[in-house]
Design a protein around this ligand. Structure first.
Ligand SMILES: NC(=O)c1ccc[n+]([C@@H]2O[C@H](COP(=O)([O-])OP(=O)(O)OC[C@H]3O[C@@H](n4cnc5c(N)ncnc54)[C@H](O)[C@@H]3O)[C@@H](O)[C@H]2O)c1
Length: 359
């Protein structure tokens, strides 16, 4: 079933859901006219699987396809510089539109590139992972990483549209589905207790990748994100709550130089850490903490990490973008379905939470 949801705000844009890749071309022709230059940015894995389908619909346009190696490490200024050289060789100008075909890495990198190339060109997200479909393609946050911190260089730069073809999920490895599930559980814990119940009730269907359930899960998860980013485009208010679990998760990702734990796995571990912290502050009950840990475990997501120095992880949390005036700002769950901002977490408390999730 095809659907259209509009993300509101100053620069609103449509999300097209359940639409085939090959139909993007006709849509572009209809909306922007039959001529134009499109720069498809993707990686070799996704290009092998899906570029033919996408290019099929783009035959009437001038199109260049650029592939970047498949790695989180490619979300870097170095890659932005290389993309600039390649785009210039393709004679990309201010009328060129970027088509970001891939997961969150390609989306964040291509969106950031589009935001600064010749002071900004238009782009469209074509998300091919569950995480990108339910989360990273929505909300206009684009960024690259820095050795000092995850997503440290970036901007708010909304796309023209998001084109979501669910059939791309059929080739996605289970491990990547799990990364998307971690963000879905985060959405549920932050704002939608019924989504949490739904996931609990359908863990077996999800493990079996039942397409009907996966689509409903994706839809409900997207709805949470769309509502929050429409109400708060630039993270001046409630949008910050979507960072639940990320302060801990990003520290882990940075500690492993973006080569160890994946983003979704980092979020899963981070969710447990903040749930423990919230439990110690009586914000969540023992039962609710248990439900969060059990749900992540049932879906095969990590809830523990190997022993390591918590002080190093604590230091890495100092680079978190949410921090204010040197104070660590953490998002804590309040039961299941609500979250709050905590500006007063002591380092000791944070270290205790790190220790509790170590084996
Ligand atoms: N901008 C935001 O608001 C936001 C939100 C959440 C996460 N993120 C970012 O998203 C990134 C993680 O994204 P991700 O989890 O999609 O990872 P990813 O982009 O690395 O994709 C995961 C893997 O799946 C492969 N892949 C992609 N689509 C496929 C398909 N259909 N079939 C087979 N293989 C496929 C990719 O080649 C890659 O190896 C992180 O960098 C994170 O910081 C951004």
């Amino acid at each position: 079933m095809r659907q259209r949801i509009d993300v509101g705000g100053t620069h609103g844009y449509p999300l097209f859901l359940g639409v085939p890749l090959e139909e993007l071309g006709p849509y572009l022709e209809n909306r922007y006219g039959g001529k134009g230059h499109y720069l498809v940015i993707t990686n070799p894995v996704i290009a092998d699987l899906y570029s033919e389908k996408l290019l099929e619909g783009l035959k009437s346009f001038r199109v260049d396809l650029i592939t970047v190696p498949d790695s989180e490490e490619e979300k870097s200024l170095d890659r932005i510089s290389k993309l600039t050289e390649q785009a210039l060789r393709c004679r990309a100008d201010r009328d060129t539109m970027v088509l970001a075909l891939g997961g969150g890495v390609i989306g964040d990198l291509s969106g950031f590139f589009a935001s600064i190339y010749v002071r900004g060109i238009r782009y469209i997200h074509i998300p091919t992972t569950l995480l990108a479909q339910i989360d990273s393609s929505i909300g206009g946050k684009v960024a690259v990483n820095h050795s000092s911190g995850k997503n440290l260089l970036g901007s708010f730069y909304p796309p023209q549209a998001v084109w979501t073809d669910y059939t791309t999920l059929t080739t996605l490895p289970w491990e990547e589905i799990q990364n998307g599930l971690a963000e879905t559980i985060k959405h549920a814990v932050v704002a939608d207790p019924m989504l949490f119940d739904f996931i609990e009730d359908h863990t077996n269907d999800i493990l079996n990748r039942d397409i009907k359930i996966m689509k409903e899960l994706a839809m409900r998860s997207m709805a949470v994100k769309v509502k929050i980013v429409t109400d708060d485009e630039k993270e001046q208010g409630n949008r910050i709550l979507l960072n639940l679990g990320h302060s801990f998760g990003h520290a882990l990702e940075t500690d492993e130089a973006y080569k160890g734990v994946s983003h979704g796995k980092g979020v899963s571990i981070g969710l447990v850490a903040v749930a423990i912290l919230a439990y110690e502050r009586n914000l969540v009950s023992e039962k609710q903490l248990e439900r969060i840990v059990n749900l992540l475990t049932k879906l095969g997501l990590p809830t523990k990490i190997a022993d390591r120095d918590p002080q190093i992880l604590l230091q890495l949390m100092a680079a978190d973008k949410k921090n204010k005036a040197g104070n660590k700002v953490l998002i804590l769950p309040v039961g299941i379905g609500k979250a709050s901002v905590a500006n007063d977490c002591e380092d000791d408390e944070i270290v205790r939470a790190w220790k509790k999730i170590m084996n």
